[in-house]
Design a protein around this ligand. Structure first.
Ligand code: HEC
Ligand code: HEC
Length: 340
């Protein structure tokens, strides 16, 4: 299958040269379908859904946007999420304030894909207290967090048309979720901790077998020559997410990869064992990337998640263990501390 994917990719490159960008996008689709077909045969028993897949959260039907008084704003918000770079990237048509990635690179299908890091429970849970900033955060603040940390960009004004559009769209995505509820399928699926530390050497092997074909040897992805965005977004290097981003916690990256990568994988299917997901996440996050000033993060360090990779910590576990695990001893020590 790998050689088939490779030849499709060569085809994609050729098509790109002749500016048949559309072909490239459909090729990504075809690759995805092939991969998920292969996947269903090989791996379905190992990944039985915990609940019936039809009881999983699904986004509202986009046809329902028309009935909304804010329809135009919501549709603009959807475009800003799926094609961020076109509007706000290095050659953005509205402003040049982000690194060329799209929100959708990490919030798949514009934040509507079950366990694809979607926005299901943003409207239902915000504003809320977040330990990273130690404050009650609005959706505006949370969106700007991702703009600054994941897109290595500049925050946008909450009154701007763009911020209003992004938040109107995110609220539309979560409009059917009751206040305070987090439906099954929301966000990223949590994976069980391994009993060992994630292994960057094994992770590199997984990367070479299952990710490199699209994200490239140096992890810098592949640009889309016709636009400012990427066909395959960068996983590390100067154009990728910063060290202050959520993806820097390997639990986030492992959970995202397990049910979404290689591209076209859909929950409950997976092409990665849990070990492979943790290991590849550790390899990716051991690579260089832009820094971000996190000096005022976590004013209460006791609230840091166990896999937050930067000290100071409330416990005596070394920074490397907070980055790669094993996490169980840290989680247990945290529980004991809470009880005391
Ligand atoms: C490099 C990947 C990446 C990119 C690009 C990215 N995000 Fe995020 N985003 C994340 C991760 C990881 C989380 C945290 C998920 C978690 O905690 O489980 C997150 C969380 C969020 C949340 C809160 C979700 C929740 O349920 O609490 C919002 C809202 C959000 N992002 C909006 C955006 C917007 C808008 C953009 C584009 C301007 C964007 N993100 C770009 C990775 C990314
Ligand atoms: C068939 C091509 C393909 C393969 C193989 C692939 N990816 Fe991706 N990946 C993509 C595409 C395309 C996106 C962006 C999705 C979008 O914008 O809708 C993406 C996005 C991502 C992102 C979030 C965006 C970013 O740049 O940080 C991560 C993390 C990621 N992939 C990890 C992996 C890992 C880990 C593997 C291997 C297990 C892998 N991918 C294999 C195509 C691929």
């Amino acid at each position: 299958m790998n050689s088939f994917v490779t030849s499709l990719k060569i085809l994609a490159r050729t098509a790109m040269k002749s500016k048949l960008i559309f072909t490239c996008f459909s090729l990504v689709g075809i690759i995805a379908v092939i991969i998920s077909a292969c996947n269903q045969n090989s791996n379905s028993a190992a990944n039985k859904p915990v609940v019936a897949v039809d009881s999983i959260w699904h986004a509202p039907d986009t046809s329902s946007i028309s009935g909304n008084p804010d329809a135009t704003l919501i549709r603009y918000g959807q475009k800003l999420i799926s094609n961020t770079s076109y509007y706000l990237g290095p050659k953005g048509t509205v402003a040049q304030i982000t690194n060329g990635m799209n929100c959708q690179n990490c919030h798949l299908q514009a934040g509507t894909k079950p366990f694809g890091n979607n926005y299901a429970s943003v409207a239902s849970t915000y504003p809320k207290f977040r330990a990273r900033s130690g404050s009650i955060e609005s959706i505006y603040k949370r969106v700007n967090d991702c703009i600054q940390r994941s897109l290595n960009g500049k925050a946008i004004d909450s009154n701007s048309k763009e911020m209003q559009a992004i938040t109107a769209y995110i609220k539309w995505v979560g409009k059917d979720v009751p206040k305070k509820k987090v439906p099954y399928g929301s966000g990223i699926k949590e994976l069980a901790y391994l009993d060992r530390a994630a292994d960057t050497i094994k992770g590199r092997f997984v990367y070479e077998q299952k990710c490199l074909v699209c994200h490239e040897k140096n992890g810098d992805g592949m640009k889309d020559p016709a636009r400012t965005g990427y066909l395959y977004p960068p996983l590390w290097g100067e154009h990728s997410y910063t060290a202050g981003a959520g993806m820097m916690r390997i639990s986030r990256l492992a959970g995202y990869a397990k049910f979404n990568m290689p591209y076209g994988t859909n929950y409950p299917n997976s092409q990665l064992t849990d070990e492979e997901a943790w290991d590849v996440a550790s390899y990716i996050n051991s690579q260089p990337r832009p820094t971000h000033d996190i000096s005022s993060d976590w004013p209460d360090i006791s609230l840091k998640p166990v896999d937050h990779p930067f000290g100071p910590f409330i416990d005596n576990f070394p920074e490397a263990q907070h980055k790669y695990g094993p996490f169980k001893p840290i989680a247990e020590a945290k529980k004991r501390l809470k009880k005391a």
